[in-house]
Design a protein around this ligand. Structure first.
Ligand code: S3P
Length: 456
């Protein structure tokens, strides 16, 4: 599949986006390991979250039918096993998925390796769950995921007492879980996935578990533990939890700010006003709004509610001046880690230079995003270079052209954003990757006015 993009029309209006992928992964785990039934509304029908649901289905008996069915159809019109789902045009599931949890101790050994597909979050968080389960779990993924580093999560889980082996530092990863001890672990690099895995394992440990991060990463795991009634002590970037078995819960997954970032980027580069409603406003995810403000874009956010410890509300972007370049330093990077491609796309259309400093971690995302962003923006007639671990985007506009997604959802969507403000038309190849996190992306952009088509 490819996206064909014609520049010109503005992208604006009022939008909602599918549920947050990071939060959905975690809440699915909490639902499957709860002592009692849970109801989740608003799960995104994205491929990554479906991979997580399928893996959890294999680890549970009571919750299996509902999770399996949801994993199969991603919430497309379906009924059964106590749940009904119905995903609307915006990709938002309106009705609940009901998950019959029987507690962490009721998890069962999977009959086959758990296929995490393209999802690093699924693989790393599930490693944390498997570390506390007294059987063997094998985690596998697609070619992209198999190329990503797994020792970073294996090492702390071993220190807690699990037997974990990787394949030369990668998947397949085998986890033989059991009784765990709490540890104090200083993360060498900020990573919400590794922190999340340690905390999930720590919930089943015999004593207190502490994670110290060099810079704060997204905190969805610790917010959910606290909201479910667990003890979470936070002191700066040090997070400590106590062993805890939570009960079932009900929650609505907020819209994904990382998906909203592409619509917001599209509105900024086309100079239109946009409001995104029902979106997650967790500050650890909103670095991109701070960066855009620094670039001169007028944006406000307004909290209107809370779901399981997560602030929810709206983001309002005003139509305005052309953005100017800025500097994103390494301390700021974790808060924009998934938004670098779209920020780089905006930067390519801006005035002046934008520099993302110390962004080496982007080399081990779904693709080598440092090289991928630089190559893709250059292919679209812009200018972006990798200098050591820095990504440097030279603004001034793009001519248009043909760019490839490298099978990476965020590159596919970021290049569409860049192409919306190019001089000529563009083609983005490998467009199906967008389904990993944002099913229906091109159609939603078209609803908001963009001349974007998904072609076979
Ligand atoms: C995620 C954490 C980040 C992010 C990823 C989702 C999560 O990865 O890039 O898309 O849900 O915990 P790292 O933990 O590797 O930084």
């Amino acid at each position: 599949m490819r996206f064909h993009v014609r520049p010109g029309p503005t992208v604006g209006g009022v939008a909602i986006v599918p549920g947050d992928k990071s939060i959905a992964h975690r809440w699915l785990i909490f639902a499957a390991t709860a002592a009692g039934p849970s109801r989740l509304v608003g799960l995104p029908p994205s491929l990554d979250v479906r991979s997580m649901a399928a893996a959890l289905a294999a680890l549970t008996a009571s919750a299996r039918p509902a999770l399996e069915a949801w994993a199969r159809n991603g919430g497309a019109r379906a009924e059964g096993h106590g749940s009904t789902w119905n995903v609307d045009r915006d990709g938002v599931a309106r009705v609940a998925l009901e998950v019959e949890g029987e507690g962490r101790s009721a998890l069962v050994e999977a009959e086959a390796p758990l296929d995490c597909g393209n999802s690093g979050t699924a693989m790393r968080l599930l490693a944390g769950v498997a570390a506390a389960a007294p059987f063997r779990t094998v985690l596998v993924g697609d070619a992209s995921l198999t190329g990503r580093p797994m020792e970073r999560v294996a090492a702390p889980l071993r220190a807690m007492g699990a037997r974990v082996s990787t394949t030369d530092g990668h998947a397949p990863m085998t986890v033989e879980g059991g009784r765990l001890r709490g540890i104090r672990y200083e993360l060498p690099n900020p990573s919400a996935q590794v922190k999340g895995a340690i905390l999930l394992a720590g919930l089943a440990a015999t004593d207190r578990t502490t994670v110290v991060e060099p810079v704060a990463s997204r905190d969805h795991t610790e917010r959910a533990i606290a909201a479910l009634g667990g003890r979470v002590d936070r002191l700066g970037t040090e997070i400590a939890i106590e062993p805890f078995q939570h009960a079932g819960f009900e929650a609505r997954v907020p819209g994904d700010p990382s998906s909203a970032a592409f619509l917001i980027g599209a509105s900024v580069v086309t100079g239109a006003a946009l409001t995104v409603r029902d979106v997650g406003l967790n500050p650890t995810r909103l670095g991109f709004l701070r960066v855009l403000r620094r670039m001169g874009v007028s944006i406000v956010e307004r909290i209107t509610g809370e779901e399981l410890g997560e602030p929810v509300g709206e983001v309002i972007v005003q139509a305005g001046a052309r953005p100017t370049g800025t500097r994103i330093d390494r301390g700021e990077l974790p808060s924009v880690i998934d938004e670098v491609p779209v920020l780089a796309a905006v930067a390519a259309t801006a005035g002046g230079e934008t520099r993302f400093e110390g962004a080496g971690e982007l080399r081990v995302k779904e693709s080598d995003r440092l090289a991928g962003v630089a190559d893709g923006l250059s292919a679209l007639g812009g200018r972006a270079d990798v200098a050591g671990d820095d990504l440097v985007v030279t603004g001034g506009g793009l001519a248009g052209g043909v760019a490839g997604s490298l099978g990476d959802h965020r590159l596919a969507m970021a290049f569409v954003v860049a192409a919306l403000a190019a001089q000529g038309s563009s083609t983005i190849e490998g467009a199906q990757a967008a389904e990993i996190s944002y099913p229906g992306f091109a159609a939603r952009l078209a609803d908001l006015g963009g001349a974007v088509e998904a072609l076979p």
